[in-house]
Design a protein around this ligand. Sequence first.
Ligand SMILES: [Zn+2]
Length: 115
Amino acid sequence: MLSFTSKINKIRTFALALVFAGIVIMYIGLFFRVNQFVMSAFMILGFLAIIASTIIYFWIGMLSSKTIQVTCPECNKPTKMLGRVDACMHCNEPLTLDKSLEGKEFDQAYNKKRP
Ligand SMILES: [Zn+2]
């Protein structure tokens, strides 16, 4: 059960990774100072990665307003749920809003199926 993390946390981690990737790409570009074209390409690529992460952060903000706040039965902390099944943001306990899925094995595919 350790591999499940809250969707919002997952997206947040991805956005953060993208910022670092952008910085690393721009830094690598500095090694190609002799070639103006290659350096510019790296700089633009790094810049795009940072822009993309900004967009993702903005998107998380919008998603957060659509989430349902629930209290986790495992750690009793309030957590945000996205979709029909999600994991607790604090303890990664699988949570579901659908009574018919309760007690079943956690599966991301449940979010895609229409009731
Ligand atoms: Zn919890």
